[in-house]
Design a protein around this ligand. Structure first.
Ligand code: C2E
Ligand code: MG
Ligand code: MG
Ligand code: MG
Length: 293
């Protein structure tokens, strides 16, 4: 009897594992055709100033919608990184960012959001021809790389710091800005941080989640913001969902806020509408009240 139970347990485990392998296989096959089938799109999540709800930038987030239904980036990005599909997909994403940057500037001039953030995988930084590719993109779209913020996760960055550092320096030389994403979850040393061509730190949602009631999270966030300030970096808190979190972050001097409290990732048309409203609201706030006239 005991044996049978054990065997059943094993069968159950095996089925779960097989299912996972099959899922990954189907994702990896599907991803190879995703671009030509036009199943990829991007969303834009506005990022606001922590003092005023002015939109200062936006993070571009990839979406994949195959015929069977949408699949989360948390699921397909790791597969794309493993199979190498992230190389063509990442190039497609970067081109979208260049295009969006130029489009915003044409549309809104100097009232355009200051920057567009785009996620870059370490695998992309390993590609020798990445530099030539992005140079061509800048030319094609006539974009301003100083308004594009490349996000790389702390974990990916530190896994091969020498290679990544070299590539990031070259990209920074072209004018791109650099952010460390999911900061606090990896293991960067302070000495390394000062050597990196970094402009922005993004504090991981994991620390923001408990900030209103967990002294530990509060201490970590406070320390990260202090560190960033000392190094002259801009700080973004990600995953801010309530007003209590916002208040804490404001008190600590966090510059920018990204989270559902203000905005979710929006399709392009909705994003454009949202920025337009934001620009109008800003304009109204600047106009003198009637009684001054
Ligand atoms: P990330 O770069 O840290 O992006 C932030 C994630 O947090 C996004 O998830 C966003 O939708 C989510 N988020 C923002 N505010 C809130 C909030 O208030 N509450 C909650 N619960 N979530 C919030 P998303 O879009 O599912 O992307 C997941 C991850 O997939 C990203 O994390 C990034 O690592 C990766 N990713 C997305 N697009 C790309 C891409 O184009 N290239 C690469 N290499 N990775 C990407
Ligand atoms: Mg990111
Ligand atoms: Mg992040
Ligand atoms: Mg994150």
């Amino acid at each position: 009897e005991v044996k049978e139970q054990g065997r059943d347990g094993w069968h159950f485990f095996s089925a779960g594992l097989e299912e996972k392998v099959r899922q990954k296989l189907s994702i990896s096959n599907g991803l190879r055709l995703a671009i030509e089938r036009e199943e990829l799109s991007v969303r834009f999540q506005p990022i606001v100033d922590s003092d005023l709800p002015h939109i200062v930038g936006a993070e571009m987030l990839l979406r994949w919608q195959p015929a069977e239904g949408p699949i989360s980036p948390a699921l397909f990005i790791p597969v794309a990184e493993m199979t190498g599909s992230i190389i063509p997909i990442g190039a497609w994403v970067l081109a979208q960012a260049c295009q969006a940057e130029a489009d915003w500037r044409t549309r809104w001039g100097d009232r355009a959001p200051g920057y567009i953030s785009v996620n870059v995988s370490a695998r992309q930084l390993n590609e020798r021809n990445l530099l030539d590719e992005v140079k061509a993109m800048i030319k094609t779209h006539a974009c301003d790389p100083s308004r594009i913020l490349l996000e790389i996760t702390e974990t990916a960055l530190m896994a091969d710091i020498d290679t990544n550092l070299r590539m990031l320096r070259s990209l920074a030389d072209l004018g791109f800005r650099v952010a460390i994403d999911d900061f606090g979850t990896g293991y960067s040393s302070l000495a390394q941080l000062t050597k990196l061509p970094v402009n922005v730190l993004k504090i991981d949602k994991a620390f923001i989640d408990g900030i209103e009631h967990q002294p530990e999270s509060r201490a970590v966030v406070k320390a990260i913001i202090g560190l960033g300030r000392a190094l002259g970096l801009k700080m973004v808190a990600e995953g801010v969902e309530n007003a209590a979190q916002l208040l804490e972050l404001r008190n600590f001097g966090c510059d920018y806020i990204q989270g559902y409290l203000f905005y979710r990732p929006l399709p392009a048309a909705e994003f454009i509408e949202t920025v337009e409203q934001n620009i109008n609201a800003k304009q109204q706030a600047l106009e003198p009240p009637l009684f001054f006239l």
